[in-house]
Each structure stands twice: as structure tokens, then as C-alpha cells.
Design a protein around this ligand. Structure first.
Ligand code: CO
Length: 298
């Protein structure tokens, strides 16, 4: 597969900006800061740089592996000893770059070791992001790297192909040897995201849902203007309930979401929790598959 030069340029731009915002986020995070303040700062920065969020900034702490997107008015704050995953995306005309970093609040050996394990796994995986490579080989490298630190990868979370206005396109990049025969093709943009845990290596879905994606548009009785806004602003990329609650009457947003979910229009992203309540670290880059893999979010 091959993108035209304009699209490639958009992917590269999105990647550079995502890296810049990720590194900026790392400088902001501190004890006592609210999760929502960090998410807001990340998203504000993306707009300032002339791009758009590819998805709402995820702030997932300790045993929450992913998909905690702060709600409006949320009071959760970072505390010493927290292991924080900041997962963010930037898109330029639909070309999405997805990147994540883990940060330990204060000194914590276990946090730092988990972070190192996920970083080492990502580094090993990136080297294999070459044309013709089986995705299962990447998974094996991820698992080996994480195991060498005495931890486990999370097996039911994986990296993914990214495509235009499509964050999780139809190719899985596993975090273990899943025996898949699917192979990488030159020019694919893929997100590789190893998760390391000192738990068993599985997540479960929690009840909390604060992020959605428009999947099957249909007519609604409540909040037609909200639906129009989603379709034009976010298209098929994920959006936060918090974003809607700031733009529209929050009661109306609730009515709209209730109806749209009941009608199967929205894909909900439940919060993802490590099954045993163990800590999780994640590191992620978006890579262009090539003989020399190109890290778009370096
Ligand atoms: Co991702």
C-alpha cells in the first residue's frame, strides 16, 4: 500500500506534532495536578499547533490501562507513586499519529522498571516494522522484552493499523506471539503499543465510558445539532463527552448520548482495567513501515 505524497506529508506532520505535545505533557505533570487539567492542556496545545486531536487525551493511572478520558468537573488528581499513561493523538486532515508515554510521579522503582520494560519492548518491536514481517514476530519480540524484566505484556490489548479518519484500522499488532500470519506492507502506518504489567497480563472492561466514536449515523430526536457537530468536527474519530458538555447543554448531551447509544450509533470505549488491579505501563509510537522503519512520533 502507498499513500500519495500529500497524505504522507500529513502523517509526518501529525507525527511531529504528536511528539511535541507528548514531550510538553511530560513537563507539566506533577503531584496535585488534576487529570482534566493535563488533558485540557494537551488538547489546547494541539489546536495551538494548528492541528486537531486524533482522539481525546487518555490519562490512565496505575491499574487503569487505557481509556480514562477525564469528565467535565472531575476532581481526580495525580499523587506521589502514581504510574501515569498519557496517550494522545494528533490528526492532520484525517492522517492520525498515536503516541503514548508513561510517567512515574515521584521516585518509584517498580514504576520505573515497568516503564523501562514497555520502552524496551517498543524499541525491539520498531526494528521489526519492515515490509513482509509477520505481525506475530513483533508480538514475540514485545513479549520477550517485557518478560526479560520479569513482567508480562497485556495480551488482550494491541497495536493497530492507522488510516485516514480511522484510528483502529483492520490490522492488529499483538503484544505476544498470536501465531497470526498477517504481514506488514511497505507504507503502512502502524501504532505499536506494548503494555507491561506485574499482574497476569489481561485487562477487563470497566463501567465508565467517557469517549465514543460515531459508527452508524441515524436520525435522532434529541440533539440533532450535537450529531451534526460530531459528524462534521470529529467525523469517524473518537470524541470526549467532556468536549460535548462544554459546547452544548450538558443535560441535552446526556439525552443525546442515551438515545444514540440505544440506537447503536456510537461505539463506546469502556475504561480498561488490569484484571488483578496491578500497575500497567505503556509506551507507543506510530511508525511508517519501511526497510528502515520511520518513527513518525519520534
Ligand atoms: Co494506539
Amino acid at each position: 500500500m502507498a499513500y500519495d505524497s500529500k497524505t504522507l506529508e500529513n502523517f509526518r506532520k501529525a507525527g511531529k506534532l504528536a511528539a511535541k505535545v507528548r514531550d510538553y505533557a511530560k513537563t507539566l505533570i506533577k503531584t496535585g495536578m488534576l487529570y482534566v487539567e493535563l488533558a485540557d492542556a494537551v488538547e489546547k496545545k494541539i489546536f495551538e499547533l494548528g492541528a486537531r486531536p486524533g482522539f481525546p487525551c487518555n490519562i490512565s493511572v496505575n491499574s487503569t490501562a487505557a481509556h480514562h478520558v477525564p469528565l467535565e468537573g472531575e476532581r481526580l488528581a495525580f499523587a506521589d507513586g502514581d504510574l501515569v499513561k498519557i496517550d494522545l493523538g494528533v490528526h492532520v486532515e484525517g492522517a492520525v499519529a498515536d503516541t503514548a508515554v508513561s510517567v512515574s510521579i515521584g521516585k518509584d522503582e517498580e514504576n520505573e522498571k515497568l516503564i523501562k520494560a514497555s520502552e524496551a519492548a517498543l524499541a525491539a518491536a520498531i526494528k521489526l516494522a519492515t515490509p513482509g514481517r509477520k505481525v506475530s514476530e513483533i508480538g514475540r519480540a514485545v513479549e520477550q522484552a517485557i518478560s526479560s524484566f520479569g513482567f508480562r505484556p497485556i495480551k488482550n490489548l494491541s497495536g493497530h493499523l492507522v488510516d485516514i479518519y480511522d484510528l483502529h484500522a483492520d490490522l492488529t499488532i499483538p503484544n505476544f506471539d498470536n501465531k497470526s500470519n498477517e504481514i506488514l506492507e511497505k507504507g503502512m502506518a502502524i501504532a505499536i503499543e506494548p503494555f507491561a504489567t506485574d499482574g497476569d497480563g489481561f485487562i477487563r472492561e470497566g463501567d465508565e465510558i467517557s469517549v465514543f466514536r460515531l459508527e452508524r449515523p441515524a436520525s435522532v430526536r434529541n440533539g440533532r445539532e450535537i450529531l451534526e457537530h460530531i459528524a462534521s468536527e470529529y467525523v469517524t474519530l473518537p470524541f470526549a463527552k467532556r468536549w460535548l458538555a462544554r459546547k452544548f447543554n450538558p443535560l441535552k448531551v446526556n439525552l443525546f448520548l442515551k438515545e444514540a447509544i440505544a440506537k447503536g450509533m456510537l461505539h463506546p470505549y469502556n475504561v480498561l482495567l488490569e484484571k488483578k488491579g496491578s500497575k500497567v505501563a505503556q509506551t507507543e509510537h506510530t511508525i511508517l513501515v519501511s526497510e528502515t522503519p520511520e518513527i513518525l512520533t519520534a
